[in-house]
Structure formats: structure tokens, C-alpha cells
Design a protein around this ligand. Structure first.
Ligand code: IVH
Length: 676
């Protein structure tokens, strides 16, 4: 059908606006206004029009974010306003000296305070973005501060960078500066695919962001989930400049840029220090890396009076956090055996202070990882500890390899029980084949069995389990029920009273539920939730042990792999004899009447618990909801039926509110349960 060009043009302009707005809600505000399917529909229509009328395609079209033709080389760009760097403060004294210098220069009295804007120092790559009449015309790297490289094609692919500014008071010429960075989840994703493709992994998100921006082929940049936050302005012409740095950021926010949500004004240097402490506590939970805090004098007139020295402004300083990467020497590799027999190589390091703690062990994951890193004993390595608690070996510093560096040999027999080590074709993990005969595996199995969410044996901690197994007092979980006070009272650091208490809690653990018992068996891939579902669906242990593959597959959440592990577990005669011993010793539970379950009033619902609970414990609330048929999830999504929010609830509550999901406080929740 021939279309009226005028109508098409107006539809095209409207589509561009609409898509740019959705894009802004999704990538800048983290608050999508329409489902992905609607976005895709609009985008398809836009592309359809662009195909039909190629002359319409403009640089601010959202279709241009996918990347275009590869470049031969980058052209150089001279910054009209130099891109400065920041002075660093490594401790409170240096920060206080900075504050004093400023006050002296401005002739302020000791008790007069400067207002500072505090901002996280994002660990990425600085960028300059030039907008003429509100349209993005150039993106450039910092380079040496005076001359950088033109990366316009690459920055256009970054969704949180507006191609066209929106809102009021847009200056004729605006140069926005900010940081392009890769959130940790994106870093893990691109590293996983690099490894899968046999390529080298990036050491950290900053290198990955820099590498992604340095691509001559912008399609590669487009495939990397980069983000950009604005933190200052270079050239600014043909508009009214705000009076403070924070008002400038607010204006940038209005015009479509992402501004870091933790940016905050404070009075005086003491408040800067407490901001630093607060952000340092938050650091590990942030979805992106930050390497410190930037403090800026908020008043732009004062900034002007303070001016610059050499390469840095006098009105700003960066206070660095402890480094998340350090170099140290890998002195040895130990092989640890886990509950399922998985053998994990652990790097024994010369102790090193990294990410705020002293680290002497780092995981090497598995044999493939050792190969990928090409690491040897004696090598100098880069250790990275960021966000998560397990430190990683990120890279080998080959230049520092000593002549006597030794290759790491993966053991062929289990270091604990000497049974052969097996590696299933296609799996990365090598396992000890000794099963519960292996002391390492039986210790882990007993620890799991005794843990709070399993049989909940109070007082039976990890150290005690190690001791009981090492002393030959127990071999399997069933042996726990044969322990008497006399047997354990003589153990190291075990008085009569604690011995009595322990035996009492072992006794108390006998009365349990089918779900907890199933979970406590430590069947691979059967976590708490799967154990619950199995219990509810089958009602008795006999029905589960007798279930065939098809019956198991009928259960929600049970796929072929889980079904295989369940059947494998119950086919093993050792496991069956442990179970019958446990029952003989009095471990018992009430079977569940599975015919009565249709009356479960919350069946099909998904609940989320967040914040503190004061009337009942979170575990109790979860048990109750699950008994009533609800699923209890860890995060809020459009599928959530109901949220229970206690004091201190944060992002989950916010999300529930934006998604219009009903929220109960704890009192209302208790009443709701009582009324059912
Ligand atoms: S302001 C003249 N603010 O840190 C002021 N920089 O060490 C220039 N950075 O090159 C920078 N987060 O890449 C500023 N909130 C922030 C920042 C930040 C990260 C980077 C930036 C700069 C480097 C200076």
C-alpha cells in the first residue's frame, strides 16, 4: 500500500520521540514504562519506515544504536576545554589539608564550612559528548587531556547516552563529561562469552569498558552493555548556567542523562568523611565498581575563584578506596573436596591486603580455569576482590615468572580418601568418586544435614563435625543418633554441660518435616524450594523413592537433570541404608495428605518478603506462606502477587510501588494470615 509521505514523516518523528522516551525510562531511570514487546513493535515499525524511506534516517534515530560500518582508524579531537584529572587524597589528613587549602584561599574562618558535592568515583573511562542544538554530534575520549580520539560511532550505541536532548533550557552548545563503565553483571556476561569463544578474559570491568570503546567496529561496542553517567560540563554556550554543580547535574538529568543516584551535598569536611564511610560500606553491594569518592566545591562561583593548578582543579579531590586489585605470589595450590565430591583448586597466596581485607586464599575454580590463566606455582598474579567475597586470580604477570615456576598438576586421586577423581565429559568440574566413604564428603554431608534449614541441630557446628569425624566417632549422619554424652564429653573443649545440650538437640531434631528431611539428605540440585515442592507433590518419602522419571518430571521445577540426581540418590543402597537407620533411630515426620492440597488458598501466588520482621521470623513467615501454597521469591517482578515490607525495606519496596504491587506491613500480614 502506498503511504502518504507527510503522514509517514509525522509517524516517523513520533516513533523516534516515543522510542527515545522509552529508552530513557529503561536505561537512564531503570524504570521501564512499557513491556519489551511494545518497544520491539515500535522499533520494527520505525525500521520498516526507514527501509522504505532511507533518506529519512537521522543520527538521532534509535535504530542507529546497533552500530554501523567499521572505521579504518580513529580521528583526533582537540578538546576546546581541557579534560583535567583529579588530585588524590589517600587518607583523612590529606582530605582535611585539601579543605584547609580551600578555606585559606577563600579567606574563610575556621568555623565556616564549605558545601561539597560528594559523588562516587566510577571506575570506567572518561568521555566527552558534544551536543549542538540538542543533538549529539561528537563523542571523544580524554586522551592526554588536550587531544583525544573521536569515538562518536561507538558512543551512539550506548543506550543511556541521549542522541537528542529533551526538556527545557537546552544550551545551543553543550559538552557533557562523564564516565562510561560496565556494570559487574555485564562484565561477567562478556567474560563468560569471551571464555566460551576461547578468547582472553578481561581483568576487570574498567579494562573491559576501555576495550569495548576502543573498537573500530561499533557493532562490537553495541554488543557490550556499557552505561554512562554524567558528572560535569565542558563547553556551555547559549544558555543559562546553573549556580551550583548539583544544579548543573540536575539540569543534565532533565535533559536526559543518567546521574549517579548517590550524589549528595554535604556541609564541611567531617560530613565528607562520613559520606566516604557510608559509601565504603555500600561499595560491595553496588552493581558497578567504584574506586573512591570525588568531592567538589558545590558553588560554581567559588569553583571559578579557586581555579586550577597544572592538570587538576583546586576545587575537587578524589579520596581513593583500598585497591580491589593487588599483586602477590602464588605459593602453592591445594585441592579441596566439597559435599558433592567436587574438587576445587585453591590458590595459596603470599598474604596481600586487597579490597579492604587480607587475602591468603583465592579460588581457581577448576582445571579449565587453571589452563585459561596459564598459571604456575611461583607466579606473580593479580588478585581481584570486588563486590563478592571470594577473591579471584585475575591474571598472571608473565614478566615476573621465575625460572623455577612449576606447573599445577590436577590430582588423579582424591587428596582426602585416594579414590579416583573423575571428570564427566563436557563438565568443568572433576569429582572424587569416593562418595560418603570420603571423609571430606561425609563431613560436608553431615554439616549440611545438621544445618539450620535442614535438621537444625543446634550446637553442632562445622568444627565439631570435623572433630567427630576425625576422631572416628561418626562416619555418617545416622551415627549422630548413636552418640551419647559419655562418648563426646571427653572431646577437646567439650564440657559435660555442652555435651548434654548437644545430645538434647540431636534428640530434638528427630521430629522434623518431610521437606526438611529431604533437603537434609543433600541430594544434588535439591535445594530447600525443590524439597518443599517434592514433599507437597508426593506426600511421603516412599512415593518419592519409588517415583520414576516421568512422575518426577511432572513436578514444577524438576527437570531431567534434577530428576536424574533424585533417582540416582535413591538407587544407591548405601543411601537407602542410612535412611532406614535414621528412621530406626526415631527420625520422623507427618506425611502430607496430597488430596487435600487443592484447598491451598495461595496456590499460584508469588510473595516477596523484605525489610525486618518483628512479630515472626522471616523463616517462619516463609514456611507459612509455602504451606499455604505460595511461592516465596527473592526479588520483585511483574509476576509478584504481594510484598510484605518491614522496617528498613529499600529497593524491593520501591520496585513494588513502581510496579503497583500490593504491599502489606507485618501487622497487616499477620492479620491476613489469621483471616484465611
Ligand atoms: S570529575 C575536573 N567526577 O576520575 C574534574 N571524575 O581521576 C574531572 N571519575 O578522569 C573529573 N567518577 O574519568 C569526576 N564523579 C566523578 C568521577 C570522575 C569517575 C574519573 C574521571 C576522571 C578521573 C580522575
Amino acid at each position: 500500500m502506498a503511504e502518504n509521505p507527510e503522514q509517514v514523516l509525522s509517524e516517523y518523528e513520533q516513533l523516534k520521540d516515543e522510542l527515545n522516551q522509552h529508552n530513557h525510562r529503561y536505561y537512564v531511570q531503570d524504570d521501564p514504562s512499557v513491556p519489551d514487546s511494545e518497544y520491539d513493535r515500535l522499533m520494527r515499525r520505525l525500521q520498516e519506515i526507514e527501509q522504505q524511506f532511507p533518506e529519512l534516517v537521522s543520527d538521532d534515530s534509535p535504530s542507529q544504536r546497533v552500530g554501523g560500518e567499521a572505521l579504518q582508524s580513529f580521528t583526533q579531537v582537540t578538546h576546546a576545554v581541557a579534560m583535567l584529572s583529579l588530585e588524590n587524597a589517600f587518607n583523612e589528613e590529606e582530605l582535611e589539608a585539601f579543605d584547609k587549602r580551600i578555606k585559606d584561599r577563600l579567606n574563610l574562618k575556621d568555623d565556616q564550612q564549605i558545601e561539597y558535592a560528594c559523588e562516587p568515583k566510577l571506575d570506567g573511562v572518561a568521555v566527552s559528548l558534544l551536543y549542538k542544538d540538542g543533538l549529539l554530534v561528537r563523542g571523544a575520549t580524554r586522551g592526554d587531556g588536550k587531544v583525544g580520539e573521536d569515538i562518536t560511532a561507538n558512543v551512539r550505541t550506548i543506550n543511556s547516552i541521549p542522541l537528542k536532548l529533551s526538556g527545557q533550557g537546552i544550551p545551543k552548545l553543550l559538552e557533557v563529561r562523564g564516565e562510561i563503565y560496565l556494570p559487574r553483571a555485564g562484565f561477567d556476561k562478556i567474560n563468560a562469552s569471551a571464555i566460551a569463544a576461547g578468547d582472553k578474559a578481561f581483568v576487570n570491568p574498567r579494562n573491559a569498558a576501555a576495550g569495548s570503546l576502543r573498537q573500530l567496529d561499533s557493532k562490537i561496542t553495541a554488543s557490550r552493555p556499557l552505561e554512562m553517567c554524567a558528572y560535569s560540563v565542558g563547553q556551555f554556550k547559549g544558555g543559562t548556567t546553573p549556580d551550583s554543580h548539583l544544579n548543573m547535574l540536575a539540569a543534565l538529568g532533565e535533559w536526559g542523562f543518567k546521574i549517579n543516584r548517590y550524589v549528595e551535598p554535604v556541609e564541611g569536611v567531617k560530613a565528607c568523611e562520613s559520606y566516604y564511610d557510608r559509601m565504603q560500606e555500600r561499595r560491595d553491594q553496588l552493581p558497578y565498581d567504584i574506586d573512591g569518592i570525588v568531592y567538589k566545591v558545590n558553588d560554581l562561583k567559588l569553583q571559578q575563584r579557586l581555579g586550577f593548578v597544572a592538570k587538576a582543579p583546586r576545587w575537587a579531590i578524589a579520596r581513593k578506596f583500598p585497591a580491589q586489585e593487588e599483586m602477590t605470589v602464588l605459593q602453592d595450590v591445594e585441592f579441596q573436596v566439597g559435599r558433592t565430591g567436587a574438587i576445587t583448586p585453591v590458590a595459596k597466596l603470599k598474604p596481600v591486603f586487597v579490597g579492604g581485607v587480607t587475602v591468603s586464599n583465592a579460588t581457581l575454580h577448576n582445571g579449565d580455569e587453571i589452563q585459561r590463566l596459564g598459571v604456575r606455582i611461583g607466579d606473580t598474579v593479580i588478585i581481584r576482590r570486588a563486590g563478592d567475597v571470594i577473591p579471584q586470580v585475575a591474571k598472571v604477570v608473565l614478566e615476573k615468572r621465575p625460572a623455577d615456576a612449576r606447573p599445577i598438576v590436577f590430582p588423579e586421586s582424591c587428596p582426602v580418601c585416594q579414590s579416583p577423581v573423575r571428570r564427566v565429559e563436557g563438565e568443568a568440574v572433576a569429582r572424587c568418586s569416593g562418595g560418603l566413604f570420603c571423609a571430606a564428603q561425609s563431613k560436608q554431608a553431615i554439616k549440611h544435614f545438621a544445618s539450620r534449614k535442614a535438621m537444625d541441630i543446634d550446637g553442632l557446628g562445622d568444627k565439631l563435625v570435623d572433630l567427630l569425624v576425625d576422631e572416628g566417632l561418626i562416619y555418617s549422619v545416622a551415627d549422630l543418633y548413636e552418640l551419647g554424652v559419655d562418648k563426646i564429653a571427653g572431646l577437646e573443649r567439650m564440657g559435660d554441660k555442652s555435651a548434654k545440650n548437644l545430645i538434647e538437640s540431636i534428640e530434638n531434631s528427630k521430629q522434623t518435616s518431610l521437606a526438611k528431611f529431604l533437603f537434609s539428605l543433600g541430594i544434588r540440585e535439591v535445594g530447600e524450594a525443590t524439597a518443599q515442592t517434592l514433599a507437597k507433590n508426593f506426600g511421603s518419602l516412599e512415593s518419592i523413592t519409588g517415583a520414576d522419571q516421568d512422575a518426577l518430571l511432572e513436578v514444577d521445577d524438576v527437570g531431567p537433570v534434577v530428576a536424574y540426581y533424585i533417582r540416582d540418590f535413591f538407587r544407591n543402597p548405601d543411601n537407602l541404608s542410612i535412611i532406614s537407620a535414621l528412621r530406626e533411630f526415631g527420625v520422623c515426620w507427618d506425611d502430607i495428605d496430597i488430596t487435600a492440597q487443592d484447598s491451598q488458598p495461595l496456590k499460584g501466588q508469588t510473595w516477596v518478603l523484605t525489610g525486618a520482621m518483628e512479630i515472626m521470623s522471616r523463616a517462619e513467615a516463609k514456611d507459612k506462606l509455602q504451606d499455604l501454597g505460595a511461592k516465596v521469591a527473592g526479588s520483585v517482578s511483574a509476576k509478584t502477587t504481594q510484598v510484605v515490607a518491614g522496617p528498613g525495606a529499600g529497593s524491593k519496596l520501591n520496585k513494588a510501588q513502581t510496579l503497583d504491587i500490593p504491599v502489606l506491613d507485618e501487622q497487616q500480614f499477620v492479620r491476613f494470615l489469621a483471616d484465611l
